[in-house]
Design a protein around this ligand. Structure first.
Ligand SMILES: [Cu+2]
Length: 266
């Protein structure tokens, strides 16, 4: 009996007599079970499901992903307790006869519990969000690379040190080259209207706002090609505002940048 029901009163109580039912949630047995479940979740945290989210191909994106996992797991616990209590009450206290059940009101202990526990959950989620956002939005004072990204109607321009500029060419979308394992600070601008600089695999999107300069860091953890797009409807060819992200090793990156810089000076 999961909820540890303790009944008191005589077994042969007459019709109309009400049995006193006490719910003891905080028995040692229940505390042990809760501890085991919590321990199992913590120990298996590396193998938790993704819950339909990207794992994040940057350290910032992974932070976002872990926050998402925490929210979903909290929601699962809340749903299990809420629906469990609901189903238990429906089964345990279903109608058994025509007699009117004992009429009760207020239970200070349980009213305090179901007020304080949700407040603590909200405070916990708020604190986790605050800590994660702090890490995700942190901008390094000494990044390995600085790239300026400009959104315009309708495309993206990537500006690298040494006058290297990457822009869409005909039907080819521009590629944002980034070194793996190193921190790149992006300076995000807009030339005209509001655009959304969105890289799904990085779990990251930020507005490119006219007249506002946004800074953020990417520290890619995985080499590979990822797709990017504009996440804000910005006019007729908004759907054409696509770009690629290519994460390569630092040595590959520096040889690419050097070759591009040589083309600029040639
Ligand atoms: Cu746009």
């Amino acid at each position: 009996m999961g909820l540890g029901i303790v009944r008191s009163g005589k077994a042969n109580a007459g019709v109309g007599m009400h049995r006193k039912v006490k719910l003891r949630f905080f028995t040692m047995r229940n505390v042990n079970i809760a501890g085991l479940v919590l321990g199992a979740v913590v120990l298996s945290s590396c193998n938790l499901p993704t819950f339909w989210a990207y794992k994040g191909a940057t350290t910032q994106g992974q932070n976002e992903f872990h926050l998402w996992q925490g929210f979903i797991i909290t929601a699962i616990f809340v749903a299990a307790i809420t629906y469990g209590a609901l189903v238990f009450a429906m089964a345990r206290f279903r109608k058994r006869g025509d007699q009117v059940p004992k009429q009760t009101h207020s239970n200070i202990k349980w009213e305090l519990i179901y007020t304080i526990v949700p407040v603590l959950i909200v405070i916990g989620l708020f604190a986790a969000t605050f800590v994660s956002e702090d890490k995700i939005d942190a901008v390094s004072s000494h990044p390995a690379l600085r790239v300026t990204v400009v959104g315009f109607q309708w495309g993206w321009k990537f500006e690298y040190p040494g006058g290297v500029t990457v822009v869409p060419k005909g039907s080819t979308y521009p590629t944002l080259e980034l070194p793996q394992g190193e921190t790149t600070t992006i300076k995000l601008l807009s030339n005209d209207v509001v655009h959304g600089f969105y890289i799904p695999a990085f779990n990251f999107s930020r507005y490119a706002l006219p007249g506002v300069t946004n800074y953020f860091d990417f520290t890619p953890t995985k080499a590979g090609e990822f797709s990017g797009k504009c996440s804000q409807f910005c006019g007729l060819y908004h759907a054409e505002m696509l770009f690629n992200v290519r994460v390569v090793s630092p040595s590959q990156f520096s040889s690419w940048l050097t070759s591009q810089q040589q083309k600029v000076t040639a």
